[in-house]
Ligand binder design. Structure first.
Ligand SMILES: [Zn+2]
Length: 348
């Protein structure tokens, strides 16, 4: 390296000399012409007089400037080329889900808002890394318990007339949740709002008809596939996270639950039960105090809580209780997250 540096310096140092020589040559020629034309002593004296030394040109700053310029251009090109390619979006896809302060791994959503039934593959190609994180299909960590206090707020049976109240509450606290949605609530189009505000969309059932869904594993697959296709119409992809109506083991499939679980696995679906229930299935709905107390008692000793709640028209008190529920978990040091396929699986 030192030799190279010296070599470079040698080249650089020759520049001024050559330039000087050229200057001298031209000057000499001019002087010679002058001598022939005037033939005066004065001119000869002038010719013989010591030539003023031309100022030595220092090319070093120029060379350094060029090198810096080249490096700058290379850096700019490198940065430009290494920038991730922005996902292609349909013109109506202008979501900006949140400058979230949530512990959730989800952020803004630019999921396709295409209403076309684009294939899952092409839709996924439009998702950012964070969005794909919500869609991960690997179950490599499915049975690894988290080592931090985390709570997954989940809402079944929505969307409903309370969905936007819940969304507003979540946004106010900078928290994301997971919806296990149904197809026949009359509000399925809200899945777009849920998703674009950074929450997770998972599948529950199309009609919540236990007799049909648990009539056979084939019926179950058909029903989940149906709600999956319906969601795809709004989001441009088909979620792979599901929750069995009534849980993966219930009174309708208790003798044959494994066959239904296997059917789900065969479809590449990841199912989630729960380990905390708000207890909002009663009719009429419980009041807010009761719901909050249910949460507190059910969460005792829970380090990673998957909380079952409902987002359905008769469950308005659940939406009303949500701020107190969030504040309770915050006071206990929990962080909040959405379910993804490799979240700890709460399986009955
Ligand atoms: Zn349900």
């Amino acid at each position: 390296m030192p030799q190279n540096r010296r070599s470079d310096m040698g080249k650089h140092s020759r520049g001024p000399v050559d330039a000087y020589r050229n200057t001298q040559g031209r000057s000499g020629s001019q002087q010679k012409y002058g001598a022939h034309s005037k033939q005066t002593l004065q001119s000869r004296q002038t010719r013989k007089a010591p030539q003023p030394q031309p100022p030595k040109r220092n090319y070093l700053p120029l060379v350094i400037g060029i090198i810096i310029g080249v490096i700058a251009i290379c850096l700019i090109r490198f940065v430009a080329c290494s920038r991730p390619i922005a996902p292609q979006q349909s013109s109506s896809s202008t979501s900006n889900a949140s400058a979230s302060t949530s512990a959730s791994s989800t952020t803004s959503s630019s999921a396709s808002s295409s209403t076309s039934s684009a294939t899952s593959t092409s839709a996924n190609a439009q998702l950012t890394a964070n969005e794909q994180d919500r869609l991960r299909t690997s179950d490599s960590l499915n049975n690894v318990k988290p080592d931090k206090r985390v709570v997954y707020l989940t809402f079944d049976d929505g969307p409903s007339s309370h969905t936007h109240q819940i969304l507003d509450t979540l946004d106010r606290y900078g928290i994301k949740a997971t919806w296990f949605v149904m197809g026949n609530t009359g509000h399925l189009d809200y899945v777009k709002d849920i998703w674009e505000r950074g929450n997770q969309i998972a599948l529950h059932t199309y009609e919540h008809n236990y007799d049909y869904v648990y009539g056979s594993p084939e019926n179950f697959v058909a029903d989940i596939s149906r709600i999956g296709s319906a969601v795809n119409e709004y989001l441009g992809f088909t979620p792979t996270l599901i929750r069995f109506p009534g849980g993966s083991v219930n009174s309708f499939n208790s003798g044959n639950a494994d066959a239904f679980k296997q059917a789900a696995t065969n479809q590449g679906w990841h199912y989630f039960d729960w380990n905390v229930s708000i207890g909002d299935s009663t009719v009429p709905a419980s009041d807010v105090d009761t719901l909050v107390n249910n949460i507190i008692s059910e969460s005792e000793g829970c380090n990673s809580c998957c909380v079952l709640m409902h987002d359905s028209d008769p469950k308005g008190t659940t939406a009303d209780a949500l701020p107190r529920i969030i504040e309770y978990y915050q006071s206990q040091g929990f962080s909040f997250d959405v379910l993804v396929s490799d979240s700890y699986g709460y399986h009955f």
